[in-house]
Design a protein around this ligand. Structure first.
Ligand code: OAK
Length: 808
């Protein structure tokens, strides 16, 4: 345990030895690197010990393969988990330095788009904190998710070159590099025993170099690893001598393209792009990871690879790593001499698949020719998987013969990755109860009919260590003062707060923490936007990727509606509101960018209208990322979770805000339903169509959007304002949104849910006026949020799917 004195000494030594400077002279950046190096060294010993334990013990281990790990900044979470956050913060203060300025030196590692990537990061924290043997495997993109700037209301994207300065949390392991092969020709030979042997000609080789990032458990001695692979030029190899001009140019081309493989993260959230480079990234990740797993298995066990599934489980994060199925087959058959049946047995008992969306535009379907050219041997295996699967249905399930085209792995010259993932795995899970039911009864019904035993639900969670303890220390102190510190290791203990829901002094403390956090956020808003917000207004927050189904548009319609009301009746008694938005749109997503533009134009009209004063303010914070979320969430009072029912698989922002005492206004979608089931109707504001109603409308061609436009004056006025250029100018108008809603028949039910949404906000407004009642609701939300700790989720994965026991 460090004291301020010993930590000061350590820091002074570090600065002197590594940077040749003193505390007085050091810049914030110098201090950042010095602290990082102290923390990293602190973790090293346990890192080594953990790896040794994994080698010695014969226990099962999980590999979590994901194209995204949205880890954000690591300094504070590492300090926290190592028990050094307070002492470090106090030491920096004692030296007259601003700890936040030091921690803010770290560039967010934005190696993910949104929900799926952040979930992977939360899972790593819980796996280590619960002492499970688990490894993350991903890509070390040189450019993370783009940096967003807003110019005249328009989103522009800048490259996120996050590695331009040293990244202190990674360790390059060149001695553990592996080779990944692309392209070439496959030759088949028959061995004496009749089995087949495959050899390759003219393959393109990429070197996969691992960079390891430590993942420290909270207050324990476990330090796991997130291994990020970087694509590099292979070492000189004279066997690649080109014997023709075309081969020579092909080779040069390949050399030139190698580094693109780990070049950048595709910026699409829940949207499939079908680019060749993307499938190269996926195969690169999968092949390097599997080779690495086999290598580690052989080092660890004397048992033959036939027992791989007894020791290893591989969780694939959506279908992006689903080439793991044919790649594991390839390795087992071609490199390890397994028969098809043996390889299939091991593969399908090793791999488990998580689905994160039912949006059809997110479904990955790769053209057969692309895979054939890029991965000829892998394609042969996929082809065979498909043949055997379809034949199996034909003979064993004659009643399902008609449905073969629906479930085939290869159909219409495309490889259906979700089908490959389901057929090739032993577990398929959704990420919230409703989502799993929709998978079973609708999206994946024929597969559920074939393999009911594979399907299961694992409702998402978030790490309460980062999302409460770290980002909201004042609230954490109030909680600990009331119920003791056990909730930190057992978040379900938060329920103990219910005892205080009528305790006025406690409620006052909760509300003064919220007030403090609001002031801090108000200051940040002032610094970043120049706008002064009323700190007594309701902080109404919607922060997430911009997507039509998430319906930021419905939210801004509410703002316009209130604005119109106030203009018509300036004396209207309205509790002041601050609407806070932050969202990135995929660069090619036109409608999403239009909505960002609309929010900005509405903001500029509303915020500058003297009649409105500080009754309404609309804030859009640029460049939403993990560290911005960490600053907004503690100050949120109202959490907007207003997706079109059935579309949001789970949501995790809903959980983060609930845990920080915000009340949800939401649809019966994703995990909102489970939040409602826990806190009860009085502690949440539910509105709008439910998923059955939505799905029913879809089945019957939608509803009549024009009807609502013609009958609801409030709606017509807003729509006409968009169409007439009221929020903009002659050049800037929002006709695309207008036409999309009216002529594409409002596919996300914005107009349909408008009336119940407005009505619910009127109820919210009345509820907020009774501050005591509001505080009680807030406490109930914090108290019940323990279920949404990713510790609960990981315990469920570990016991139901992974069959892991915590490390002794
Ligand atoms: C991203 C790319 C492809 C498919 C899905 C995603 C994704 O991020 N999905 C989101 O996953 C989260 C974690 O499970 C869920 O909470 C979100 O509802 C879901 O949209």
């Amino acid at each position: 345990m460090y004291t301020i004195k010993t930590f000061q000494q350590l820091l002074t030594d570090k600065l002197a030895k590594h940077q040749g400077t003193t505390v007085e002279e050091a810049s914030d950046k110098d201090l950042y690197y010095a602290v990082a190096s102290i923390v990293k060294e602190e973790m090293n010993e346990n890192w080594l010990k953990t790896r040794q334990k994994y080698k010695e013990q014969d226990e099962r281990q999980v590999y979590y393969i994901s194209m995204e790990f949205l880890i954000g900044r690591l300094m504070e979470s590492n300090l926290l988990n190592c028990g050094m956050l307070d002492v470090c913060t106090d030491t920096l203060k004692s030296l007259g330095r601003d700890p936040e300025a030091v921690y803010n030196q770290e560039h967010d590692a934005a190696l993910g788009n949104g929900g799926l990537g952040r979930l992977a990061a939360c899972f790593l924290d819980s796996i280590a904190s619960l002492r499970y043997a688990g490894h993350g495997s991903g890509i070390r993109y040189r450019y993370g998710l783009f940096e967003q700037r807003i110019i005249h209301g328009n989103q522009v994207e800048l490259p996120d070159y996050w590695l331009k300065e040293d990244y202190p949390w990674e360790t390059r392991k060149p001695e553990e590099a592996l080779k990944v092969q692309f392209g070439g020709e496959v030759h088949t030979h028959r061995r004496f025993d009749g089995s087949l042997e495959f050899s390759y000609n003219d393959v393109d080789i990429v070197r996969a170099v691992p960079y390891d990032v430590q993942v420290a458990g909270y207050d324990n001695d476990v330090v796991n690893t997130l291994r990020l692979w970087s694509a590099e030029l292979p070492p000189e190899d004279s066997s690649i001598l080109a014997d023709s001009e075309s081969k020579y140019y092909h080779h040069l081309d390949h050399m030139h393209s190698i580094e693109q493989i780990s070049g950048f993260l595709y910026p699409d959230d829940s949207h499939y792009e079908g680019k060749e480079l993307r499938i190269k990234q996926q195969y690169f990740l999968v092949s390097a990871t599997l080779q690495n797993i086999i290598r580690e298995y052989k080092e660890r066990h004397r048992a033959p690879l036939h027992k791989l599934h007894e020791k290893i489980v591989i969780q694939i994060n959506d279908t992006h790593p689903s080439l793991a199925v044919p790649e594991l087959m390839r390795i087992l058959m071609d490199d390890e001499g397994f028969s098809w049946e043996e390889a299939w047995e091991v593969t399908t008992q090793t791999i488990a698949y998580t689905n994160h969306t039912t949006l059809s535009e997110a479904l990955e379907k790769w053209p057969v020719d692309m895979i054939k050219n890029l991965l000829p041997r892998v394609f042969m295996i996929i082809y065979e998987i498909n043949e055997r699967f379809c034949k199996g249905i034909w003979f064993d399930h004659p009643e399902l013969r008609d449905r073969i085209p629906e479930v085939a792995v290869i159909a219409h010259d495309q490889v259906h990755m979700a089908h490959l993932a389901i057929v090739g795995s032993f577990s398929v899970n959704g990420v919230a109860k409703l989502h799993t039911e929709i998978l079973k009864n609708k999206e994946m019904k024929p597969f559920y009919d074939l393999f009911p035993e594979k399907f299961n639900n694992k409702t998402n969670g978030i790490t309460h260590r980062r999302w409460l303890l770290q980002v909201n220390p004042k609230l954490s102190d109030v909680i600990t003062e009331a119920i003791g510190p056990q909730w930190i290791k057992q978040p379900s203990k938060l329920i103990g707060l219910m005892r205080y829901s009528n305790d006025q002094p406690f409620l006052d403390k909760i509300s003064s923490v919220k007030q403090h956090n609001k002031l801090v956020l108000a200051q940040l808003i002032k610094e970043r936007t120049g706008i002064t917000v009323n700190e007594n207004s309701i902080f109404d927050v919607q922060i997430k990727r911009l997507h039509e189904y998430k319906r930021q548009l419905l939210n801004i319609f509410h703002v316009i509606y209130l604005y119109n009301e106030l203009k018509d009746n300036p004396a209207l008694d309205l509790t002041p509101r601050t609407f806070i938005f932050a969202a990135k749109a995929a660069p090619s997503y036109h409608m999403a960018k239009e909505v960002i533009k609309l929010i900005h134009h509405v903001a500029s009209v509303v915020n500058n209208d003297k009649d409105i004063g500080d009754k309404l303010k609309v804030i859009f914070l640029e460049n939403y990322n993990v560290s911005l979320a960490e600053k907004i969430i503690p100050a949120a009072e109202l959490s907007e979770q207003i997706s079109t029912a059935s579309k949001e698989a789970s949501g995790t922002g809903n959980m983060k805000m609930m845990m920080n005492g915000a009340i949800t206004v939401g649809t019966l979608d994703g995990a909102n339903i489970e939040i409602r089931d826990l806190v009860g109707d009085p502690n949440i504001f539910i509105f709008g169509l439910n998923s059955e109603e939505v799905l029913d409308y879809y089945a019957h061609g939608g509803y009549n959007a024009k009807g609502i436009y013609h009958t609801d004056e409030r709606v017509r006025k807003i729509m006409d304002q968009l169409n007439g250029g009221e929020f903009g100018s002659q050049e800037i108008e929002f006709k695309d949104i207008f036409y999309h809603i009216l002529y594409n028949n409002d596919p996300y039910f914005v107009l349909k849910d408008f009336d119940p949404y407005i009505e619910t906000h009127e109820l919210i407004e009345r509820s907020y006026r009774n501050q005591k009642a509001w505080q009680k609701m807030s406490v109930a939300n914090i108290a019940y949020s323990g279920k949404f700790s990713s510790d609960r989720t990981i315990h469920e994965y570990a016991s139901d799917i992974w069959k892991l026991k915590p490390l002794k």
